[in-house]
Design a protein around this ligand. Structure first.
Ligand code: ZN
Length: 119
């Protein structure tokens, strides 16, 4: 009984410390390392979405929120990938998101305009 509790505490501790370390490491790494971090984090991050480019999940990195109206925003890239890319290079990731959402043409137009404006 005691052994079971100790094992559970060790596993939970490992997961918490692992997530904290990934968060710290992920803030200053290149794309390839981000992809590895995303691959490692994914099995421990069920329910979280992820960056369309590097695959890091939203529990280990910050997403870039693109406001396409006064009240509505969307995100498909992490802040690091968003900063790496020009508005034209970002557009395919937003197109993928709009396809996932099955968004109507009005919403697509609003989002693509916001992306082209660097939002
Ligand atoms: Zn990313």
């Amino acid at each position: 009984m005691e052994t079971t509790i100790i094992i559970i505490l060790l596993v939970v501790g490992f997961l918490i410390i692992g997530n904290i370390c990934l968060k710290k490491v992920c803030n200053s790494i290149g794309l390839q390392e981000r992809k590895v971090a995303g691959f490692i984090a994914a099995p421990f991050s069920s329910g979280y979405g992820s960056c369309g480019r590097c695959g890091r999940t939203w529990n280990i990195c910050k997403f870039h929120s693109t406001m396409y109206s006064e009240t509505d925003g969307c995100f498909t890239l992490c802040e690091d990938c968003w900063l790496d890319l020009s508005p034209d290079e970002r557009l395919p990731y937003y197109k993928n998101l709009m396809n996932e959402w099955n968004a109507d043409s009005a919403k697509r137009a609003s989002v693509y305009l916001a992306v082209s404006q660097g939002k």
